[in-house]
Design a protein around this ligand. Sequence first.
Ligand code: ADP
Ligand code: MG
Length: 559
Amino acid sequence: MIRVLDPETIGQIAAGEVIERPFSVVKELVENALDAGATRVTVRVRGGGLTEIEVADDGAGIPSDEIALAVRRHATSKLGGAGDLTGVDTLGFRGEGLASIAAVAQVTIVSRTAGDEIATAVEAHGDAVGEPHPVAGPPGTRVVVRDLFANVPVRREYLRSAPAESARITSWLATLALAYPQVGFSLEHDGKPVFTFAPGDDLAPRLRHVFGAQSSTMVPVRGEDARAVVSGWVSSPGDERADRRSQLLFVNGRLLRSTLVGGAWAAAYRTFSMVGRHPYGVLYLQVPPNEVDPNVHPTKSDVRLRHGDRVVSVVKDAIAGALRRGASQRFATAVSFAPPSSPDAGQPTADWADSFVPRAFGTGGANGERPTLRVLAQVDRTFILATDGDAVVLVDQHAAHERIVFEQLAANARASATAEPMLVPHTFEVRPDEAERLDATLDALAAGGLHVERFGERAYRVTATPARLVHAGRSRPFDVADFVECLGDDVRGLDADQRVWASLACHSVVRAGDRLEYPEMTALVERLQRCENPMHCPHGRPTVVRLEPEAIARLFKRV
Ligand code: ADP
Ligand code: MG
């Protein structure tokens, strides 16, 4: 039932957005349709919204005796009295939408409830509300808004920018459609269809409209704890944008911004992305309605969440899990690797033996259904050349080994793995300025398994080394000076510990220029496959490049 809110409640709610632009009209009307439980929403826009906006739905409809009240300010069916505000789960609740639109345009509402035989129409403009009268019409509600801003100077501004306003409406509605898969949406501009999304579970057409063709490689996100559920789709590692604008968040069906959740996204993405690039995607967060403050001013951007820290960790874990899956999927497309069981593959060397655990990969796995990656040669003592019979695959030996060691150090730290004590500690000296930088890393190094102690002015000794570290090539003595030098490198996206591990990994692994034996190359690629993020080194550079036959054909000018 539509009632006018009591002054106490009105005082508690932030004033809604005034209708400033054609887009705001579309937003109010579509949100009303969704609140009414519509399963189909049709939007028609003419002249960028200034000439006409029509929104039709098949929702609950407005009872004929309440339709005139609907356009009164602060009249809503969505709130009871004060205190009711905490559990709001509708998009509107201020009772201002229709009244604000009528204040600046000619409004016609035609509505019919399921129980009524016939629809009721009412016209409103400014303060004047006409007499409701019966008309023919289907169940649901249709609102037509004409001559928006007819008497208002801003109209001229929007007249000039009609295409821009149409674009704004299109992108908003397509984005909203992501949050309501069970609702069909269609949009028309000046009589021309822009999109029609059928109701149903298949989000693909909507994802494609919002994120583009690359959306087919997005990976699903899912996570929950006792009070929060997060789901959605994120871009797979390696597919990023230059800004964060394509990170969408719906909290209980509302499109909102949250610096907290944005931070969770960034944290999960650390070490997965190239520096300065951002993943894109859409997240749906469901929390109990009373844990999110719905009374954010519409123009205020940051939503407040109770138990924000807990929500953040659920979101972060869910995204990180999805990214891991996405990374291994991408890697599987780049490199379908089978362990060296064929005679020509040789055996792993002793160095590798303890870390080498063959396992089945992907769907086809090691049963030979998928092409097997064959390591062919080392090129320029820098790259591993391989093929799966289809494409040429190149692996950067240094970047790949760096990734492997980096993840081992991180795993050591997580598992509080034991370090291997050195029987004869390795001692070394550094310059005073280096000593200062090295001191700052000792804890992180120890967490990764490298125990270094200071025992003099500039002298240190290594007493234990990380357990289970993979070695390859000629084991080189750990080049401390070079390591310390590199600590200064600012690797954005890594936390302090990760930065130390990335640097340690960088200085304890094979380099470009190291000759590798065949079994070492084979094992290196296999081990890379088991990384959480095999596609990039800790600094974000690619580890693997795949050259498809089409690309090779182009080199030979065959196409
Ligand atoms: P609010 O959405 O904040 O309640 P509005 O002014 O937008 O305020 O709408 C006033 C009331 O009119 C709503 O509470 C609802 O009862 C009714 N109403 C508006 N649009 C529709 C619709 N499309 N379908 C059914 N009821 C509607
Ligand atoms: Mg409303």
